[in-house]
Design a protein around this ligand. Structure first.
Ligand code: AMP
Length: 139
């Protein structure tokens, strides 16, 4: 497995070198809106620790990310009055991973509405901003 790359996009977001629509932060984890959402309210949870994916993350950092993923899952269901929530997590190119800093996708789901393609269209920043605010209010 390749080494962790300090210049991956999510490392830059964590350092504040790249903008994002932040949803939540604590000492171990950070959450923000996915810029190419597969559905309304699609957000991402990452550890602050450097971890490429589930294969190299420390167990305590993974536990923190999962706890935040549960917290955010409840928040998105409340914020968007969703019928369910889908969690995705990809590892290595063969596993579908495109950004090499561990992340969990949280996607609110609605009866009868299919997911849009993975890494499809960029969302309007104003919509991402409004959705981030909705989720923050529901936390
Ligand atoms: P994957 O590594 O397969 O889980 O895919 C990376 C995910 O990150 C995709 O859902 C992208 O839409 C998302 N993404 C890529 N760049 C950014 C960014 N700058 N801010 C927020 N989400 C991003």
């Amino acid at each position: 497995m390749a080494a962790y790359d300090n210049d991956n996009i999510f490392a830059k977001i964590l350092r504040g070198d790249m903008p994002c629509h932040k949803v939540y932060e604590d000492t171990e984890t950070f959450a923000f809106m996915d810029i190419m959402p597969r559905g309304e309210g699609h957000c991402l949870v990452i550890p602050k620790a450097a971890a490429r994916n589930i294969l190299d993350v420390e167990a305590n950092d993974l536990a923190s990310v999962i706890a935040t993923t549960q917290r955010l899952s409840k928040a998105v269901v409340k914020a968007f009055d969703a019928d369910g929530v889908t969690i995705h997590q990809f590892n290595e190119p063969a596993g579908g991973q495109l950004v090499y800093h561990l992340h969990f996708h949280i996607i609110p789901r609605f009866e009868g509405i299919k997911l849009k393609p993975h890494s499809g269209d960029m969302e309007d920043p104003e919509i991402l901003k409004a959705n981030a605010e909705k989720i923050r209010q529901a936390l």
